[in-house]
Write a protein that binds this ligand. Structure first.
Ligand code: FMN
Length: 179
């Protein structure tokens, strides 16, 4: 079984990511959660630690974890950002390391798989800033997963919905070389 760095950013789709997190743990993988402060507005640390069995990494300056933004990148076989908010995707594409997700991204060895599963409003998704960031990330070897088209929480219809978590699960297994 593998070591997975499961990262969440602030999107309404965080609740769907919890199902995927649980599924990966049930597969037998070791899963470490890291998340933005924004993600914690949508799901609580109790859920994330409860599902993963490990304390969530969300504060780079937490006592006893000051080097986790490097150590976790050395530890993990694969990183997944799910859901990937517009804000975090745009920050990653500019190389900002002003939170744990940005720091982990810059310290990540791009020879190992890094997957992002975007989730956002259709206008945010179609925006040239977001599209340029996704293109940039792909150019760096990041595996950008598709989004689903359909009704969104805000009532809009269009692309940007989080891909079905079972489909993301298959992409993760594939990237890890597991059938
Ligand atoms: C109810 C609600 C739902 C949101 N859903 C999304 C979303 O699905 N995708 C997204 O990119 N931003 C969404 N946002 C906006 C982000 O939470 C906001 O841009 C935040 O700054 C993201 O921070 P982070 O990327 O550091 O987690 C939502 C905000 C609210 C209040």
């Amino acid at each position: 079984m593998k070591k997975i760095l499961f990262q969440l950013s602030g999107s309404i789709a965080c609740y769907k990511a919890c199902y995927l997190l649980s599924k990966l743990v049930q597969d037998g993988h070791e899963v470490q959660v890291a998340c933005t402060q924004g993600a914690l507005k949508f799901v609580g640390e109790a859920t994330l630690e409860g599902l993963s069995g490990r304390p969530v990494f969300t504060d780079a300056y937490e006592k006893g974890r000051m080097l986790d933004h490097i150590r976790l990148t050395q530890w993990a076989d694969l990183a997944l950002l799910c859901p990937a908010s517009a804000n975090t995707l745009n920050r990653l594409a500019t190389g900002l390391a002003d939170d744990v997700i940005g720091s982990l991204f810059l310290a990540w060895n791009l020879k190992k798989p890094y997957l992002v599963a975007p989730a956002m409003n259709q206008e945010m998704f179609r925006h040239p800033a977001t599209q340029a960031s996704l293109g940039k990330l792909q150019g760096w070897g990041i595996q950008v997963l598709e989004t689903e088209e359909g009704r969104q929480a805000c009532g809009d219809f269009g692309p940007g919905r989080l891909l079905d978590p079972d489909v993301i699960h298959r992409s993760v297994q594939g990237a890890l070389g597991i059938q």
